[in-house]
Design a protein around this ligand. Structure first.
Ligand code: UDP
Length: 407
């Protein structure tokens, strides 16, 4: 059977460059790669996102079966995600106008992040079709992980409402599923556990010295890598503090953010100087994902010091390139990194990170063992396998909905 899916991503587009702003990262990669992998099946996908740039055409064809459709809702300009709720009624109304004009019919709505979840709720009701949602980190969990940065009350309330409404919630790990049940009152049968994926053909190990040469990072010292959005929640400051405490002299590469006019990046630069490691820290800004395999391969260790990760694509990608990971013992990272086998999981404290990084860099036998175990440990996360699991969820829900109509 041919399925037609309406995917929703109000506040960020799968076409945005990951790592450049606080709003574009793993979720954008997830939507793009999942849609591409699903499109090998008998399925068409329209990904609806808010129109933020008048130079972007309304419809962008991603693959033969996948389109990104820009919907006018509020100004055609960037709007902070905390101010987007007010535009959701316009967003859903204009999607419906688009659908009617093109005489389309969708079989299922798949929404990403709570704002799209709310839009998905309305559209699924209106079209009388099933709704699958993904939170990509629950507000309540973010708040628990870092109580100093409270999440908007509206987000917490709406996530709760969404849990009551959605036909299916996809959680990345068993832990996340348990937390949805515990903190949001989700029912166990509502939640499917499907991990995130990695492009195994793109993320391949490369020769370290060659990679460094290509990147112009030819230092003899070990190299630590941070890659991702420069959101304080990702903890890049912790990596700098840990570096200052290490016994090994290392170089640090920070990939993410904008090299000009980025307050978070400037604060990290100031912190590196304050800690006396300014000359050893290299800020490269966000890099296209195609370049990341080179960066992971150039690095001795990738460091993921986040407060929490729903899954942690950077950790998976690094392991795919054969580079061990030292990460916070939190969320999906505990599923991705095998402690003592492919890296270390530690408490969020600079001293613990410094200690584990020193151990890993000083023990060549341990390092070789972890590096060899890294890629085989993540082969299960291919996008083909993830898309198959998501497709099964779609098929079950559409089948159930059709049986209901037939009764
Ligand atoms: N990324 C990228 N360029 C950058 C920094 C990050 O393409 O400069 C990508 C990276 O390859 C990964 C994603 O952004 O796929 C970050 O995902 P992750 O799950 O680690 O973090 P999230 O953004 O979901 O919190």
């Amino acid at each position: 059977m041919l399925y037609s899916i309406a995917m929703l991503s109000v506040h960020t587009s799968p076409l945005d460059s990951p790592g450049r702003t606080k709003d574009a990262g793993g979720m954008n990669v997830y939507m793009r790669e999942l849609a591409k992998a699903l499109s090998h099946h008998n399925i068409t996908i329209d990904i609806f996102t808010r129109w933020t740039n008048e130079n972007t055409p309304q419809i962008v064809q991603l693959t033969r079966n996948v389109r990104v459709i820009h919907i006018k809702a509020g100004p055609i300009a960037p709007v902070h995600k905390d101010d987007l709720y007010q535009y959701l009624p316009l967003f859903t109304r204009h999607i419906e106008d688009f659908r009617q004009d093109a005489s389309l019919q969708y079989d299922l709505v798949h929404s990403h992040y709570w704002l799209s979840g709310i839009a998905g709720m309305r559209l699924a009701d209106q079209w009388d079709i099933p709704h699958v949602t993904m939170f990509h980190t629950l507000g309540r969990l973010k708040q628990l992980a870092n109580p100093n940065a409270p999440e908007p009350a509206l987000r917490l309330e709406m996530e709760q409402r969404l849990v009551q409404h959605a036909d299916c919630i996809i959680a990345a790990t068993r832990d996340e599923r348990m937390q949805m049940i515990r903190y949001c009152g989700a029912t166990p049968h509502q939640i499917e556990i499907i991990p995130c994926g990695v492009d195994l053909k793109l993320f391949l190990p490369q020769d370290r010295q060659q990679a460094r040469k290509q990147l112009g990072l030819e230092s003899k010292e070990p190299l630590l890598l941070f890659a991702g959005r420069l959101d304080p929640f990702k903890g890049p400051d912790l990596l700098l503090r840990a570096t200052a405490l290490m016994q090994n002299d290392v170089q640090v590469v920070i990939v993410g953010g904008k090299l000009e006019g980025d307050k978070d990046l400037q604060q990290l630069q100031a912190l590196a100087c304050e800690l006396g490691i300014g000359r050893r820290v290299h800020f490269l800004g966000a890099r296209p994902q195609q370049e990341l395999p080179l960066l992971y391969s150039a690095a001795d260790v990738t460091v993921v010091p986040s407060y929490h990760e729903s899954f942690g694509l950077v950790a998976v990608e690094s392991l795919a390139c054969g580079t061990p990971v030292v990460a916070t013992r939190a969320g999906g990272l505990t599923r991705v990194v095998r402690h003592d086998e492919t890296g270390f999981l530690v408490s969020r404290c600079p001293g613990f990170f410094a200690e584990r990084l020193d151990t890993l860099l000083s023990d060549t036998t341990l390092y070789a063992k972890m590096s060899a175990a890294a890629r085989p440990s993540i082969l299960q996360f291919s996008w083909t396998s993830i898309a198959d699991q998501v497709l099964t969820v779609y098929e079950d829900l559409v089948h159930k909905a059709q049986c209901l109509v037939a009764q």
